[in-house]
Design a binder for this molecule. Sequence first.
Ligand code: NAG
Ligand code: NAG
Length: 179
Amino acid sequence: MVRFSPLVLVFLLLVISSSYEAKVVEVNVICKQTRNPSFCSSLLNSKPGGADLVSLAQYTIDVVHSNVTNTITLIKSLIAQSANDSKASAHYKQCLEFFSSDEGALSSVEDTEERLKAGDYDGVNLGAAAVSTYVDDCVSGEGPSDPPYPDRSLLPKYADVIDQVVQIILIISNLLLHN
Ligand SMILES: *[C@@H]1O[C@H](CO)[C@@H](O)[C@H](O)[C@H]1NC(C)=O
Ligand SMILES: *[C@@H]1O[C@H](CO)[C@@H](O)[C@H](O)[C@H]1NC(C)=O
């Protein structure tokens, strides 16, 4: 039987506990990098429980998931209301595709969740960036041939919240990659 001296045991315990130590950062370190630090800190501080980077990533991805789901519900009701306005109708139908679970924001959110579970923080970063691209394509159009629709509904506001939460996920995943 192998016997460790108490000193060796203490040393081993220290090595083991430091390798399991969660990556913790101050909320402020994340939020000062965002466009809207007060939005960011009130969101992150509203998270119950611990505040290590992985659980903050999980939390913010959950928030984006529910925001995207709520936005899809909004878009569906806007499509129903714009039956007699072909321009509006075309815009909201296009947005529904950009938000969809086939190849849109919702599918990218689900992908981001999978990547986080796998510990693939690069994938988290790419997935979150894709969410933002889809959302921006809905609001701003895809390019010069697809000018922005002058949307007075709540949709641009919902999209702005999603962009802000996605920005937080991007910062957290960068911290996870480089810490
Ligand atoms: C998005 O999530 C935030 C945080 O949970 C919430 O305050 C906000 O109302 C949500 N917005 C939508 C459109 O779901
Ligand atoms: C569309 O127009 C029809 C016929 O004018 C009308 O009955 C219907 O209520 C309108 N629908 C909406 C969503 O405005």
